[in-house]
Design a protein around this ligand. Structure first.
Ligand code: DCP
Ligand code: MG
Length: 478
């Protein structure tokens, strides 16, 4: 716990859905759900307009459709989200050498290591400016938490949502944390919360009052002692730049033990994808894939497999994780699953098979391969018009698929900086219609590209320090 709120946590608001609304003017202010759109699909996220109807991440898309039938249901466009993430992470890198990405849309930043004056006023100014810069560079909003520890910075950004900033003054944290549900403490999933609830513990204050010995009795030594420290505000976990980390992993505790084999495999595949997102957000790749399983009786085991070379290919990690989970007996019930990648390197060894596949893809594949060789090769684009995907029409220009079926596809022709556009319908095999690439979300010329040379010091020369991109973003849209 630091004496000044110099740990910043950034989390973009309704990230995938906001990116889609920024890209598709007709969807702004409307309910949007991004996720798997097939019968077994799961919601990745929902816009705040859709959340009003109870739609949430990880919910079955079928259930979301019942709750909010009028939302736009879109398939994710990971290439776009990664591009936006790169721009956001670049903004964070300007603040400090110590940036710890947790996913595409979320990271901790150690402002003290970035030389920011350790006062509430100074860090607040940095946080507000960051939010403005991210909006100017991406068109999206992010929420910022500032506090003296990671746990509190993350709680603060959650309180700041959407589109806000919350600073927790050191010294006030126990008072603030006390009445909160124990679930706010990192590492407390539904299962732990339930164990505590049965012992009459529901808030952070009650957790602290229970004392370390009681928590160890309830949860075991490591978990109990860790929880006691966090509940009493002792969180000295450092911000670790992922380039210094030795592994990247994600895990989930489940509300109810999983017994269904297919569900376990599905969750492992999703964790593998999330793990790769984090790996990529940090610009890393890794050689060893690890699967972690905690069973109904709390017995925990890990299985690992070392690949021939480092990878950041989601398909490769997914397949290795699937092989590993096959070797674990899970029928009696699983409380927690995790997927990690270790043996990290700063580069990716080109996947020869993937390369061969992209060469066979023809012109389209070759063009895409210049930018995204692994991604495009791993998922060669089928000629299926999934809702949300970009298309280009020879006559009408750029648009996106609104829906398809019965041999027809409807396309809305609009661009991120245009007025809401019109819908037209075509035959699915209309030769004038071709898959397109995501367009930049802010008008060309006003964009701040990740590779744009950024001053690494907090102050930049030329007196444009206060609002580095205001001149560009202020230019009228075409
Ligand atoms: N995501 C996902 N599956 C989940 C949770 C999230 O695919 N179970 C994806 C979609 C989200 C993105 O990760 O847009 C970021 O996750 P967040 O938890 O930060 O959620 P959002 O950014 O969507 O919303 P919030 O405003 O609550 O942060
Ligand atoms: Mg978010």
């Amino acid at each position: 716990m630091r004496g000044a709120p110099t740990i910043l946590h950034l989390d973009m608001d309704a990230f995938y859905a906001s990116a889609e609304q920024a890209a598709k003017p007709s969807l702004r202010g409307k309910p949007v759900v991004v996720g798997g759109i097939g019968p077994r699909g799961v919601v990745a996220t929902a816009s705040y307009e859709a959340r009003v109807f109870g739609v949430r991440s990880a919910m079955a898309t079928a259930q979301a459709r019942r709750l909010c039938p009028n939302a736009a249901y879109l398939t994710p466009r990971f290439t776009l989200y990664r591009q936006i993430s790169d721009v956001v992470m670049e903004q964070l890198a300007r603040l400090s050498p110590l940036v710890e990405p947790l996913s595409l849309d979320e990271a901790f930043v150690d402002l003290e290591a970035g030389g920011v004056e350790p006062s509430a006023a100074a860090v607040r100014a940095v946080g507000e400016r960051l939010r403005r810069d991210i909006r100017a560079a991406t068109g999206l909003s992010g929420s910022v938490g500032l506090a003296g520890s990671k746990m509190l910075a993350k709680i603060a950004s959650e309180q700041a949502k959407p589109d806000g900033l919350v600073l927790i003054e050191p010294g006030t944290e126990r008072e603030l944390l006390g009445p909160m549900p124990v679930r706010v403490v990192p590492g407390v999933g539904p299962a732990t919360a339930e164990t505590l609830r049965r012992a009459g513990i529901t808030t952070v204050a009650e957790t602290a009052e229970a004392g370390e010995a009681e928590l160890v009795r309830l949860l075991g030594k490591a978990h109990g002692a860790g929880l006691y420290a966090l509940a009493t505000g002792h969180d000295d976990r450092p911000v670790v730049a992922e380039r210094d980390a030795k592994s990247v992993s994600v895990e989930d505790t489940f509300e109810e033990d999983l017994t269904d084999r297919t569900r376990v495999q599905l969750e492992v595949a999703r964790l593998a994808d999330r793990c790769v997102q984090r790996l990529r957000a940090a610009g890393r790749s890794g050689r060893t894939v690890v699967v972690k399983v905690r069973r109904y009786d709390f017995s925990t085991l890990t299985r690992s497999e070392t690949l021939r070379g480092p990878t950041d290919d989601p398909a490769v990690v997914r397949e290795a994780a699937a092989r590993l989970i096959e070797t674990v007996e899970t029928t009696a019930g699983v409380r927690l699953l995790g997927v990690g990648v270790s043996g990290l390197a700063d580069y990716t060894q080109e996947d020869l098979f993937a390369q061969a596949a992209s060469e066979q893809e023809g012109e389209d594949g070759a063009r895409a391969a210049e930018e995204e060789p692994l991604e495009e090769a791993a998922a060669p684009r089928p000629r299926r018009w999934l809702p949300g995907l970009d298309v280009v029409h020879a006559e009408y220009g750029a648009g996106w698929v609104q829906g398809s079926g019965l041999g027809r596809v409807t396309v809305r022709f609009e661009q991120p900086w245009s007025e809401p556009g019109r819908v037209r319908t075509f035959a699915v095999d209309d030769p004038a219609l071709a898959p397109g690439e995501p367009l930049p979300l802010v008008p060309p010329g006003t964009q701040v590209l990740p590779e744009a040379s950024a001053p690494s010091a907090p102050s930049s020369p030329g007196g444009e320090d206060g609002a580095p991109f205001a001149g560009g973003a202020g230019r009228g849209s075409p």
